[in-house]
Design a protein around this ligand. Structure first.
Ligand SMILES: [Zn+2]
Length: 258
């Protein structure tokens, strides 16, 4: 599943392709959007900016219209040169934006909607998002307040995935973050001190920001998808188990995470 770093990187690439360049065509190939008339509504409008917040991406057009997208489990933003072979089938494209130099394609994107800028600020789902872990500025007190208002018996690993508490973290980074800080993801959030939860965030933020900038991590995950292998820190065999209401797999070391 794409996490916040992937979306911030996509926003950078899509923005570089679209901002300041004439939009030659917009296509919405899926039948669900056939009656929306986005190509007509967006015709002649320039793209002012592209930005990400958590796992959401916004393509902002002139004249107060914004395309909002969320990739869910398997969606992807890609940028190609005209004529370059796409890495996914054209049948899976939901949005295609063409300029003279680029084709920007959103594949397999179940959440794609055109809204006014003011709605992107007041939309309940978007307004409910917690502080963005990848953003340059991170409001630690807002994050702590949201965490402490939540169920204290919930495992900290599960709470970190809640986008209303912290926006942008997903399964990989949640597992890596708890490992970096030496905190057991199964410990109830109410038994993790403020210092410990801030340490989790402070350790993982630079790694996610690096990935957002470069498009990849400079080092392999230390625990994610490594169940059964020895812990790189203490040698104990790493474990994996589904956690929380959504049963998302958590990876951790029972030896050095307490
Ligand atoms: Zn260990």
């Amino acid at each position: 599943m794409p996490e916040g770093d992937t979306l911030h990187h996509a926003a950078k690439r899509v923005g570089a392709a679209l901002v300041g360049n004439e939009i030659l065509a917009i296509e919405t190939p899926q039948p669900r959007h056939r009656l929306d008339r986005w190509p007509e509504r967006l015709a002649g409008r320039a793209v002012r900016g592209v930005d990400a917040r958590g796992k959401h991406l916004f393509v902002r057009f002139e004249g107060d219209l914004t395309l909002h997208s969320h990739l869910r489990m398997g969606g992807r933003w890609s940028v190609y040169r005209p004529g370059q072979r796409w890495t996914r089938s054209p049948r899976r494209a939901w949005l295609v934006v063409r300029t003279a130099e680029h084709e920007v394609v959103q594949f397999d994107g179940p959440v794609l909607e055109l809204m006014t800028d003011s709605r992107t600020r007041f939309d309940l789902r978007l307004a409910a998002l917690g502080p963005d872990i990848v953003a340059a500025e991170f409001d630690e007190s807002a994050f702590l307040r949201r965490l402490r208002e939540d169920d204290p018996t919930r495992g900290i690993g599960d709470a970190l995935l809640d986008q209303r508490i912290l926006a942008g973290i997903g399964n990989l980074w949640k597992s890596e973050a708890c490992f970096m800080a030496g905190v057991d993801p199964w410990r109830p959030a109410g038994q993790v001190s403020d210092e410990e939860v801030l340490e989790i965030v402070r350790l993982v933020r630079p790694a996610m920001q690096e990935s957002a900038r470069d498009g990849h991590q400079s080092r392999e995950p230390q625990v994610y998808e490594r169940a059964g292998r020895p812990c790189p820190r203490c040698g104990v065999r790493l474990r994996a188990r589904g956690q929380g209401d959504d049963n998302r797999t958590t990876f951790w070391c029972p030896g050095c995470q307490s």
